[in-house]
Write a protein that binds this ligand. Structure first.
Ligand SMILES: C[S@@+](CC[C@H](N)C(=O)[O-])C[C@H]1O[C@@H](n2cnc3c(N)ncnc32)[C@H](O)[C@@H]1O
Length: 334
């Protein structure tokens, strides 16, 4: 029988005492870059808005794909005014532009606060209008579980903005889900015979399109779960973006590493990844997640944690160590 390891870290953004215990085990100081000897990935404990630091990490290399998942300017993060937040976003967008190839894709996860005029999504979209990127798609990913009241529609969406410059790769095969096509009913005569749409279609499964309904949110029973992280994206959605918008051996960048999902997906798909993270603890978790995968094939720690070797009995200082789902912060607010 498989016994679920029950030793999670609490959410690290809400546990300063736990952070203090973890910091001595973090190999990167702010400003430092780790380079992977095997495949050349890089993890920088860097500020994504520091042009020079990012350029140093890139060392003249250009990326074919950027996948950024910034903090969304909601109260639980350090809430800034909308214009401050957009100015901050503009900095890392311009830096991305400078380090992306002339044919490249830029994917950005962003929230819309329904209790505050849907900021910062519309302001972000407007800011992007005068940049060198063209808009390509506005994707909504549906979470299985929602957060809401009886007086509003349940909030189950996460937004992904897809921009390009030049003429980048788009591998349409990546778009096919494993959801079977079931809706018959569009009839057409082919060679004198009436056929329905299912008979005529080239694939048995539906394309994800710009509404993704087939992605399981990360929670503590899943192998990929990284406890302590509060905004982990499922590997499946990052895998889809990477397969669609890059080719093997391309370079993928992610300025907001957190649990290291993009780095791990890039490793699995044989792309190279350069990623930055401001916080030395998440930078360490990102590196450890890759190392653990290589050693064990595991995608995360399920309900254990990345520092369990050194700190099997972590002092939580009153923060309950309970097996909770990793609920993205932006969703838990609604
Ligand atoms: C929403 S999380 C990213 C989640 C990630 N996609 C994943 O799947 O784990 C945002 C991360 O950005 C980091 N961050 C915030 N400001 C930053 C900055 N200026 N430069 C680099 N990282 C930053 C935060 O510490 C946090 O870990």
């Amino acid at each position: 029988m498989h016994i679920l390891n029950n030793n999670p870290l609490p959410r690290l953004d809400a546990a300063p005492d736990v952070r203090e215990q973890l910091l001595p085990y973090c190999r990167l100081q702010p400003g430092e870059i780790w380079e992977d000897e095997r495949y050349g990935h890089r993890v920088g404990c860097l500020d994504a808005t520091n042009d020079q630091a990012v350029q140093d990490m890139m060392a003249g290399q250009r990326a074919q794909l950027a996948i950024h998942d910034p903090p969304y300017n909601l109260a639980v993060f350090e809430l800034r005014s909308i214009s401050e937040f957009i100015d901050w976003c503009e900095k890392w967008v311009l830096i991305s532009d400078a380090v992306l190839d002339s044919n490249a894709s830029l994917c950005i996860w962003l929230g819309a606060d329904q209790r505050d005029g849907f900021q910062p999504l519309p302001e972000f979209m407007l800011m992007m209008r005068n940049k060198s990127f063209s808009s390509r798609s506005f994707i909504t990913m549906r979470n299985q579980r929602g957060y809401g009241t009886q007086k509003n529609w349940m909030a189950v969406r996460q937004e992904l903005l897809y921009y390009i410059k030049g003429s980048p790769t788009f591998n349409v095969d990546a778009e096919y889900t494993d959801i079977p096509k079931i809706l018959k009913g569009y009839y057409k005569k082919v060679n004198g015979k009436i056929t329905d749409n299912l008979e005529r279609s080239r694939a048995d499964t539906i394309r994800a399109g710009n509404v993704w309904v087939d992605i399981q949110q990360v929670f503590y029973r899943m192998d990929e779960n990284v406890s302590g992280c509060y905004a982990q994206k499922p590997l499946k959605c990052i895998d889809r973006i990477i397969r669609a918008s890059s080719n093997p051996h391309d370079l993928v960048i992610d300025f907001f590493a957190h649990s290291g999902t993009t780095l791990l997906a890039a490793e699995i798909l044989k792309r190279k990844c350069f990623t930055t993270e401001l916080d030395p603890i998440y930078a360490e978790i990102t590196i450890r997640r890759l190392e653990r995968f290589r050693l064990t094939g595991r995608l995360g720690w399920q309900n254990g944690h990345p520092f369990q070797e050194e700190l099997p009995n972590i002092e939580t200082g009153g923060v309950a160590q309970v097996a909770v789902e990793t609920i993205p912060v932006q969703q838990s607010l609604f």
